[in-house]
Ligand binder design. Sequence first.
Ligand SMILES: Cc1cc2nc3c(=O)[nH]c(=O)nc-3n(C[C@H](O)[C@H](O)[C@H](O)COP(=O)(O)OP(=O)(O)OC[C@H]3O[C@@H](n4cnc5c(N)ncnc54)[C@H](O)[C@@H]3O)c2cc1C
Length: 554
Amino acid sequence: MIPFLSVLFLAQAIGLGSASPTQSKPRATTLYDYIVVGSGPAGIITASRLSQNSAKNVLLLEGGGPSYYVTGGTERPAWLAGTNLSRVDVPGLYLSIFSNPSSMTCGSNVNAFGGCTIGGSSAINAGLFFEPPVSDFDTYFPTGWKHSDLVPSISRLYQTQPSSNNPSADQVRYLQSGYSAAKNWLVTRAGYTETDINANSAQKTKVFGHPVYDYNNAQRGGPVISYMQTALKRTNFHLQSGALVQRVLRSGSTATGVVAIVNGVTTTYSLSATGRVILSGGALRSPELLMKSGIGDPAVLTRLQQANKLGGLPSSSWINNTAVGAALFDNPNTFIELSGPSVQSYVYSYDNPIPADAALYLQHRDGPYSFASEISVFWDTVKRTDGSLAGMQGTIGSAGYNGYQNSSTVTLNIYGTSGLKSSGKVVLDSNFVPGPSGVYYSNPQDSLDIATFIHGIFAALPGSGLTPLNLAQSSSIADIQKYITTYSPYAEGQVNHWSSSCRFGTCVDTNTTVIGMKNLHVVDGSIVAPLTVNPQFGIMVAAERAWELITKLG
Ligand SMILES: Cc1cc2nc3c(=O)[nH]c(=O)nc-3n(C[C@H](O)[C@H](O)[C@H](O)COP(=O)(O)OP(=O)(O)OC[C@H]3O[C@@H](n4cnc5c(N)ncnc54)[C@H](O)[C@@H]3O)c2cc1C
């Protein structure tokens, strides 16, 4: 699911949570071998892996505060009182992040919705965990990042990060009426194959199945639980939350440390002589940090300098590079409300779950609250006249949305994925807050491809028992193209799968080193090309690979 602008503004009004307790005791006077900025999936994995070398002093800085209960997170509804669960830990509370205010969202730090907390967006997302197909790496990634190069990274990820397509502890699949109806439509009538999605990850043409989640024992998992808890046991790994990094300090092409605001105090963290800074602030905010460190489009750097936002860095020290923040990607999405007599929708509640379902979860980790409301998923590819491919994904949630919320409606979220031709860029607004600009449908080929895909699956709807409510089943490709490119509660929203804003070859080299710098890296969604699947798995793989490469640099 995605938030729309109203939710975005609500989130911004809420603001970022106050600084949280320190998890260990980093000192501003210590010299660090690695300073990693941002504890999203990429930052956690990179910092955790780097700390496996006990001779290296690793500092992970996070601007936000606690999230999971184990991190000190206490935000939760009354029905979780007395448990060792925060709202983050319960998968079924996923959608509440869009409706129930949280200190964990990014607030005024970024003009988009996301998690700014320990775990980054992995602490607030649905936890969908799909391995990208081999072809994504082989087609869209550079030398050194092809699938064959990434096999050890993928293998380590699977070894470290549990996942399941049937998370409830009793192994019962709940809320399956929507799954059955979609299967009857797509598998029986549209020629899709029902498959075990990650077991057959290479297959992304006409496949349908159960969503895979990165949960541990029916609680939210992800890198905070898997990688970070192991790293926190190491004396050379330090996590400082509530530390909002302002810029990288550098002497020419050598980073020397970072400046952060920690609990309201401006604090400098310095690198050892052979140290490295790794930016893992996410695809919107790592480019922001580069720009605020004097690396980026000279027009933007001039604006920053005029507003005294470059820490006095003279223009002679700028690294001019218009690729910083360019080519930003997010999936263009459309919601299609589907209704049918066999469908029973299920609405999750933050404060007031059905008592029997709350009890199932609290006593046994069973039931609908053991997963984040997504009940089925499917992919296909559209082949263009020039032979190139555009990836398409559909994910079906358990309930209707906005104007279509009767008891027999579910929501299909369709989006374009890999191979799309549109991209935008990261821009700084008048307050120098970063955000996306011009991301969706800048190339009309994308809306044509997505409309063609929707038209194709709609053709198999008659007789399936499902009826689309917000877009007529008989719509032409042109009708659909118009619908998906016209802003409404159902179209043109942000999916928040930000990626690709600091691409290999132009912004970073294939060691993830920022071009023009010797010891400054970007490792997060920024370096990951648009994927056929939801991005977190691929971002985690990228961090595993980056660790191998950065370690080799010494
Ligand atoms: C609501 C929602 C649902 C989603 N659902 C899914 C899903 O089900 N499956 C999936 O694969 N993907 C999903 N995504 C996307 C996925 O969560 C992101 O792609 C992923 O978390 C990005 O990882 P990252 O490490 O690049 O950065 P992020 O997760 O964005 O983490 C960056 C971290 O860096 C911190 N930071 C940034 N700048 C600074 C600074 N200057 N100083 C200190 N700290 C800083 C931030 O506070 C944040 O904690 C979803 C995203 C959202 C928002």
